[in-house]
Design a protein around this ligand. Structure first.
Ligand code: CP
Length: 303
């Protein structure tokens, strides 16, 4: 594994290996790398949980974190994304984590830069580490993907989380359904659209998406969004007994999901955030061990 930019790149076997590695790391821990390594987190778009869970993951792996704030960097003098990334490579970063508002920028960088690159979210493109933590959360719940019905619900058109999850869940054998208001549907994705009530009643996993206001050309009114397209208390009662609720967060409480359901028994939203650390550790571990970097002991108590 050279880079981690798209969930389209992985087979079922490779995805399962990565999910199991993340699960293993969460349960048993991992020895940090035994040499000095620098990781640069290049976020050109706001983030709380992705950026901070990368920092935690990197520190747990013994990496030194080069923080970067685009607002006070030479980006303000007009430096390009490529020259910024090339600068961090030149000063010795072994790993670049990149978030950018433009689709495909991270893919381009991965072809231009020698050190491993992780896509931390590129425009409406993909968010593969968010997907991996979502997969880990589903795996911990059901211990399988084959035969599961997963409803991805909300602002599909502008969601990189929807794209990465739809690709990976299909590869893993889950049945993916999409549900969205008409103007946020994306028919380039080869999945069936169903009504919100059908999705909530029939799926084992209901994954609600944040409304991506920052990517909307026209700011439409979201009056009555919760009642029309969101998870209300009444809809939650009609979910299957074992079904769970996911959301990548940040959640617009009372819009995509009723406030009181964000932390209800079915919700795994904060568990997703916890899983973000081990999922990101697994990806970093895979990328850097492939570069010949050694651990004193790969993983404690591997099965
Ligand atoms: N889920 C997610 O990407 O959150 P942040 O934007 O806070 O990183």
């Amino acid at each position: 594994m050279k880079n981690f930019v798209s969930m389209k790149h992985y087979s079922k076997h490779e995805l399962l290996q990565l999910i199991k590695l993340a699960n293993d790391i969460e349960q048993h821990g991992i020895q940090p790398f035994n040499q000095q390594l620098f990781a640069a987190n290049l976020f050109f778009e706001p983030s709380t949980r992705t950026k901070m869970s990368f920092v935690v993951a990197q520190r747990k792996l013994g990496l030194e974190v080069l923080d970067f704030m685009s607002d006070v960097s030479s980006v303000k003098k007009g430096e390009s994304v490529y020259d910024t990334a090339k600068t961090f490579e030149s000063i010795g970063a072994s790993l670049l984590v990149v978030r950018h508002p433009q689709d495909n920028v991270v893919h381009q960088l991965a072809n231009q830069i020698t050190v491993p690159i992780i896509n931390a979210g590129d425009g409406k493109g993909e968010h593969p580490t968010q997907c991996l933590l979502d997969l880990l959360t589903i795996y911990q719940e059901f211990e399988k993907f084959s035969g599961l019905k997963v409803g991805i619900i909300g602002d599909i058109k502008h969601s990189r989380v929807a794209r990465s999850n739809a690709y990976a869940l299909s590869t893993l054998g889950a049945k993916v359904y999409l549900s969205s208001k008409t103007e946020w549907q994306d028919h380039s994705l080869p999945y069936q659209y169903i009504d919100i009530d059908d999705a909530v009643e029939h799926c084992d996993v209901v994954m609600f998406l944040r409304i991506q206001h920052e990517r909307h050309e026209n700011q439409a009114s979201n009056d009555h969004y919760l009642e029309k397209y969101g998870l209300t208390a009444e809809r939650e009662k009609r979910m299957k007994p074992h079904a769970i609720i996911l959301h990548p967060a940040p959640v617009n409480r009372g819009v995509e999901i009723a406030d009181e359901l964000v932390e209800c028994n079915r919700s795994r939203i904060f568990k997703q955030m916890t899983n973000g650390v081990s999922a990101r550790m697994a990806v970093i571990y895979r990328l850097l061990e492939g570069g010949g970097i050694t651990h004193e002991k790969p993983i404690n108590q591997r099965k």
